[in-house]
Design a protein around this ligand. Structure first.
Ligand SMILES: [Fe+2]
Ligand SMILES: [Fe+2]
Length: 738
């Protein structure tokens, strides 16, 4: 099951419980709804929430249980709480609310408020995590962290109704802040230009709609980009103009305002802005101290090495998935320019790092693998936009906690030293060989640990400078050593490996943090010191999976190539057709800006498009002269047969439409489905153009070969008559003329 944030709902009212539960489930959260704080405490052994929604009244009455719950949960970063209140209760600051962290939800709960507040609170936690990491890093190095000057934060209040204005201004008087009042958006703009506010409270219902413009202006300006926007409204659900805004309000204040709401919301959003300021301020300090690249402002390797183990720890404690990815641009062309562009499209809580001459690394917090795929494909597309050809980009992704940290894993981590293996790993154990390599060969602790976790094929090897190691056999190598020894050990290890792509995990021992371990080439991956054993075991199991997948698919790929050879050997005139179509299709696809995955599909789809013909009788395939209608029907079945043949292969999933539709025509007169125009899958259109051209150049049983000029003319004529996609045809000829 895909990872989703988990919300605990604690309220004694059945109706409210099921109502909140239904709404949150619909908005893609996991929900645990209980009636008492003690029930929530008892759930903690198996579930770790990311947000709590609780009845404030009950929280007060059962304060002991509530305090216990909080104490157990605040380990990694304080867990935000939304308190459910009656409007009439909301005349003073709720007792349990913690300054700048928690917020309120007024009954009856409105859906838009519930969802915007929930996501806003979860966002708080991400910012807190980011600030904490920066501060830890700086304080480890005895560098002072950013602190704001002792001036009061500024709140801009934009409201045309003098009574409402008076009300809110009075309430703001109870918060340490300075209030700027504006009765019109124009007046507000004047204020913003003089003093960028830390929070804007805006009534958007101005008759001339300027309020909306104002909101857009705020979110666009560099200086106020992070300024939270609190929208004053009578009925948030009905304000559909807001829903269409790309950078909408961060939260709502429902009129007539009540004091609990104003106080909690303003304090929380001011705290959030302050965290943003801290992050920006600390970034400047990091830059000043040389921890970031001067031209792009992107943090360098040393910071990455610090953040990575922290993220592992934090994610495990807080039960949050995150994704680490590394991208290498092999040409190195314009690397920094590309890096800066990629930075501009990252979400504001994503972290990027320059981790090598041509290496960018990313940490995507709270991002499970399927969301990471989306984020990473945007990153790749951006790099390609910048003119980096796809084959010069190599992406190594390391996703941690694919489905979050599963329940049994939490339980295992509650009992130190015990790691429950999944059954798959147990079965894997005996067959797989793991080599633990180190300078002295005496890394018994790690080997024993692996053995006691079900990996029986564990051996150790000594990488001594004086002795040659000889060739080694393994499915996975774990290299262990002090950070400064690692490069030397690698030099000795690499020549003895049978396969340069063998996965290597490098585990640093000793206090190697912050020292320079190179991010090594090939399939090696660095595991910082200080990561939990649990994580190390998970990486071992993932690496073995990857290794078996790779060797498995190598056999599959060889088998597929053999099929093509088998088919083409039967007819001397078509030898090399599949490979030629494949080569051209990939090059043309790249030229047309298709994504990396699609290029893979073109590679395989191009190679295998005609393999369905192995089911057809040779006498028909090799028949001189015209085919009868019935024979032609049989020939036409090859695209569908090929498609059905390859359907079980997951690696060919994206190539299947190409195989099935490579004889469709844009005019709808092709086969097997007679698809028309854009309905013909784009990748199939690419292959069909290339395929027709290559076929024309070859002798067929019923005609002689065309010259390149004749073939080009024929293809262009047919494109003009609507058979082929003219854009693809032109791009193809441009390409081969080059
Ligand atoms: Fe073909
Ligand atoms: Fe074909």
């Amino acid at each position: 099951m895909a990872w989703k944030p988990l919300v605990f709902v604690i309220t004694p009212f059945n109706q409210e419980r099921s109502n909140l539960r239904a709404q949150l489930l619909g908005a893609d959260y996991n929900v645990t709804a209980v009636s008492e704080p003690v029930d929530a405490v008892s759930r903690l052994s198996t579930e770790i929430p990311h947000l709590i929604i609780a009845d404030h009244d009950q929280g007060l009455k059962e304060k002991d249980a509530f305090v216990e719950l909080m104490a157990k949960l605040d380990g990694a970063a304080p867990l935000p709480i939304l308190f459910l209140l009656e409007r009439k209760e909301g005349e003073w600051l709720p007792t349990l609310v913690r300054e700048g962290l928690d917020d309120t939800l007024m009954r009856p709960v409105q859906s838009l408020e519930l969802l915007s507040r929930t996501s806003s609170l979860l966002r708080n936690r991400q910012l807190l995590g980011q600030v904490r990491i920066q501060e830890d890093f700086l304080s480890c190095r005895n560098i002072a962290t950013f602190s704001r000057e002792e001036t009061l934060p500024t709140v801009l209040l934009v409201e045309d109704d003098p009574r409402e204005m008076g009300n809110i201004a009075f309430l703001l008087g109870q918060i340490p802040c300075r209030t700027l009042k504006a009765r019109t958006p124009a007046e507000a703009l004047w204020h913003i230009r003089r003093i960028p506010p830390h929070l804007a409270i805006v009534d958007l219902l101005f008759p001339d709609l300027d309020g909306l413009e104002l909101a857009r202006y705020l979110k666009k300006q560099g200086e106020t980009r992070h300024t939270p926007l609190l929208m004053l409204t009578a009925v948030p659900e009905l304000d559909n103009r807001v829903q269409g805004m790309d950078s909408g309000p961060d939260d709502y204040l429902v009129k007539p305002v009540n004091s609990a709401e104003v106080l909690t919301r303003v304090r929380r959003l001011l705290a959030r802005h302050q965290n943003h300021e801290k992050i920006l301020g600390n970034n400047l300090i990091l830059a000043d101290q040389g921890f970031t690249d001067p031209s792009t402002g992107i943090p360098k390797d040393e910071f990455f090495r610090f953040v990575y183990p922290q993220m592992v720890n934090w994610s495990q404690k807080a039960h949050l998935p995150f994704t680490v990815a590394r991208m290498r641009i092999s040409s190195g062309k314009d690397f920094l320019r590309v890096a800066a562009q990629i930075r501009s499209i990252l979400r504001d809580f994503d972290l990027d790092f320059i981790t090598g001459e041509n290496d960018l690394s990313f940490i995507l917090p709270e991002t499970p693998s399927e969301k990471a795929k989306i984020a990473l494909s945007r990153i790749l597309a951006k790099a390609e936009d910048m003119g980096i050809p796809p084959w010069e980009i190599r992406l190594v992704t390391v996703s941690i906690g694919e489905d979050g940290w599963e329940t049994d894993r939490i339980q295992a981590s509650l009992k130190p030293g015990h790691h429950r293996m999944e059954s798959g790993e147990m079965e894997d154990g005996p067959g797989r060989k793991i080599l633990v390599a180190s300078r002295w060969g005496a890394e018994g602790d790690l080997a024993d640990l692996l053995r006691s976790n079900g990996y029986s094929g564990v051996e150790t090897v000594r990488l001594d400078a004086r002795e040659s190691t000889g060739k080694v056999q393994a499915d996975l190598v774990i290299l262990q050593g002090k950070a400064d020894e690692v490069p030397g050990l690698l030099d000795r290890l690499l020549p003895s490996l049978p396969d340069p792509n063998l996965p290597i995990l490098i585990r640093c021992t000793g206090n190697g943090d912050g020292e320079h371990v190179p991010l090594v080439p090939g399939s090696a991956e660095f595991i910082p010191s200080g990561v939990p054993i649990d994580y190390l075991l998970k990486r071992v199991s993932q690496s073995l999976d990857l290794a078996s997948l790779r060797s498995g698919s190598e056999e599959v790929l060889q088998f597929l190539k053999n099929l093509v050879r088998f088919l083409e050997e039967g007819d001397p005139d078509i030898q090399g057709h599949g490979q030629q179509v494949s080569n051209w299709a990939v090059a043309l696809g790249a030229r047309l800006g298709r994504q990396k995955e699609e290029l893979d599909a073109l590679r395989w789809g191009g190679l295998l498009h005609d393999v369905g013909k192995i089911f057809l009788p040779q006498r028909i395939l090799l028949r001189e002269g015209m085919l009868s209608a019935e024979e032609f029907m049989i020939v036409k079945s090859h695209s569908k047969l090929g498609h059905d043949l390859f359907r079980p292969f997951s690696i060919l999933k994206k190539a299947l439409p190409i195989i099935k539709h490579h004889h469709e025509r844009m005019d709808g007169k092709g086969y097997p489905e007679g698809l028309r125009g854009e309905k013909v899958p784009i990748l199939a259109r690419i292959v069909s153009v290339v395929e027709v051209y290559d076929t024309l150049l070859r002798r067929r049983p019923f005609r002689s070969a065309f010259s390149p000029e004749e073939a080009a003319k024929t293809l262009r004529d047919e494109a003009r008559r609507g058979l082929w996609d003219p854009k693809i045809v032109e791009a193809f000829f441009e390409m081969i003329e080059e």
